[in-house]
Design a protein around this ligand. Structure first.
Ligand code: ADP
Length: 446
């Protein structure tokens, strides 16, 4: 599984946080247990020393009335030289043990630890007493277990809250990136340059990057708009001079008997017609890009339309001695823009003639399946090689040599695709070089 940067960040700092908490607790624990132990040891020694100060000896009489036998948690007891206790008390669980002067010892008994500190107090050559101080070692094990309890409940809670908080912050910070990705995807899939990330102002670098992205898109959109406007304006402007050239050349053609002049006017007229077609295609594309094309939908009978188009193309086909065969399912009615579907048929049949072979055939058919009407135009012409097949729908794309073969501009198929898309339909092609091509346009039946 591939994790996103967001998840890595959260996992990374959560691990460090757990380690840090464990280290801090361990540090606090070992530091405090050391201090507590030191204080415990010091207090038993102090208690013994205080007791010694309170003991008075007078001619064989021992006075220990002022001794505090329970001082600061320590037990104080006095023993005679034979080791019999003469005053004070000791905790029950601490067994009797021998004396060692001025040495702090530890003794474990019944699961608890004790510190024992003895001092021998000599009054003269013969008389002396032992002063014994006993104190329980502070039960650090209990502290550890209670801390463990706290740690086990509190740590997951703290880690959970911190991880959740961190995740939310990271998610928030990454929001511009997610939006950037979404916007870029929307722009590339829908071709809509007006999409923006549109994050509110923030000071993080990502917000700044998002704002820069938006500004960049503003500029790209503006320059695209200008380009579209230019294509549209230029095409409009070209229409009038082309009409004038067409009119003038046909006037010249009909008003001269000179063979050379007739030929020249013929060439001018032919090229002006090509230019006129190109300009109308450019205008169409400019309008499609601007989104200003309106479909004027009608219920149209596709086989009728096919017959009409084929009839108008017969003449062009006969120039290459190509036979056009038609076939149609009954009643294939679609709700579509008549002129546009006609344009689809004209473009496809005209291509089939242009790229068809002399004395060849073209099969045009209209059929339907459960959801779609299908226009199929098949030819047995030059075909299209695999390297080109995916690009023929691109604007201005022409397979090498096609420029000279036909009068086209490379816009015909892109317009066919555009029209199919406008009708929520699709296009496809199947072709083999040297054998022929089959073009299909599917349009949903309402
Ligand atoms: P053009 O104006 O060049 O015909 P199109 O967009 O209609 O432009 O077609 C693009 C290219 O696809 C053509 O230049 C041609 O190379 C190829 N093409 C289109 N139709 C056919 C066909 N029926 N047979 C072979 N090649 C074709």
């Amino acid at each position: 599984m591939r994790l996103s940067i967001r998840h890595w960040i959260v996992i990374w700092y959560t691990i460090w946080m757990v380690l840090l908490i464990v280290l801090v607790f361990a540090g606090i624990f070992s530091g405090s247990s050391y201090l507590v132990e030191r204080r415990t040891k010091a207090s038993v020694i102090d208690a013994v020393n205080d007791a010694i100060n309170e003991i008075e000896y007078d001619n064989g009489w021992l006075d220990f009335d002022d001794v505090d036998f329970r001082r600061g948690g320590a037990y104080i007891a006095l023993y005679d030289k034979q080791g019999f206790r003469i005053a004070g008390n000791v905790p029950e669980e601490v067994p009797y043990s021998g004396f060692s002067d001025g040495i702090l010892r530890t003794l474990s008994s019944r699961g608890s630890k004790w510190y024992i500190y003895d001092t021998r107090l000599s009054f003269n050559e013969t008389d002396s007493v032992w002063v014994r101080g006993i104190i329980g070692s502070y039960d650090m094990q209990a502290v550890v277990s209670s801390m463990q309890g706290v740690l086990l409940i509190a740590m997951p809670l703290v880690v959970l809250i911190a991880a959740l908080g961190g995740f939310l912050i990271v998610r928030r910070s990454f929001r511009p990136i997610n939006r950037m990705i979404r916007t870029a995807e929307e722009i590339s899939s829908g071709n809509d340059l007006s999409k923006r990330i549109g994050c509110q102002k923030g000071s993080s670098e990502l917000y700044k990057a998002a704002a820069s992205f938006d500004r960049m898109m503003d500029r790209i959109e503006t320059s695209f708009e200008k380009e579209k406007q230019f294509t549209s304006d230029a095409s409009h402007e070209l229409r009038t001079p082309i009409s004038v050239i067409l009119a003038a050349s046909s006037y010249g053609l009909s008003h001269t008997d000179d063979k050379n002049a007739k030929e020249t006017f013929g060439v001018i007229s032919h090229q002006a017609e090509r230019m006129s077609l190109l300009v109308s295609e450019l205008l169409y594309i400019a309008r499609a890009d601007k989104g200003t094309i309106k479909l004027e939908k009608d219920d149209i009978d596709l086989s009728e339309l096919m017959d009409m188009v084929v009839e108008t193309m017969e003449e062009k086909a006969s120039e290459k001695n190509i036979s056009i065969h038609t076939a149609s399912d009954d009643n294939v009615i679609v709700s579509a823009d008549r002129d546009m579907i006609m344009r689809v048929l004209i473009n496809l049949v005209s291509n089939a003639i242009t790229y068809g072979r002399e004395n060849g055939n073209i099969w045009v058919s209209i059929s339907r399946d459960a959801d779609n009407a299908i226009i199929t135009v098949r030819d047995d012409g030059i075909g299209i090689s695999e390297e080109h097949i995916n690009r023929i729908w691109d604007r201005f794309y022409q397979v090498d040599g096609s420029r000279s073969a036909g009068n086209g501009s490379g816009l015909g198929l892109s317009i066919v695709k555009e029209i199919a898309t406008l009708h929520n339909g699709s296009v496809s092609v199947d072709s083999e070089k040297g054998k022929g091509s089959t073009f299909m346009v599917e349009i949903p039946i309402k």
